[in-house]
Design a protein around this ligand. Sequence first.
Ligand SMILES: [Zn+2]
Length: 78
Amino acid sequence: MSGPHKPRPPAPPDAVLPLTITSTTPTEEWCTACKAYTRLTGELLALTPDGVSTLGPWTWCDICTDTNDPDDRRPAHG
Ligand SMILES: [Zn+2]
């Protein structure tokens, strides 16, 4: 006898869901502001253990949408 044998409790589940955000292949579209095919559209997808769910469409223009900090690129006047 080596004392009471306590079973180990199961490990707690991870607090963070194994959720992956991805997108469909973007499609080039006409940007009315730039007058060029610079706009990309696609659909946001959430990959979960249950399956794939669509979050919604997204659009991004190479010219209009600036991913960089606009305040950092544009010189401040005044
Ligand atoms: Zn544009």
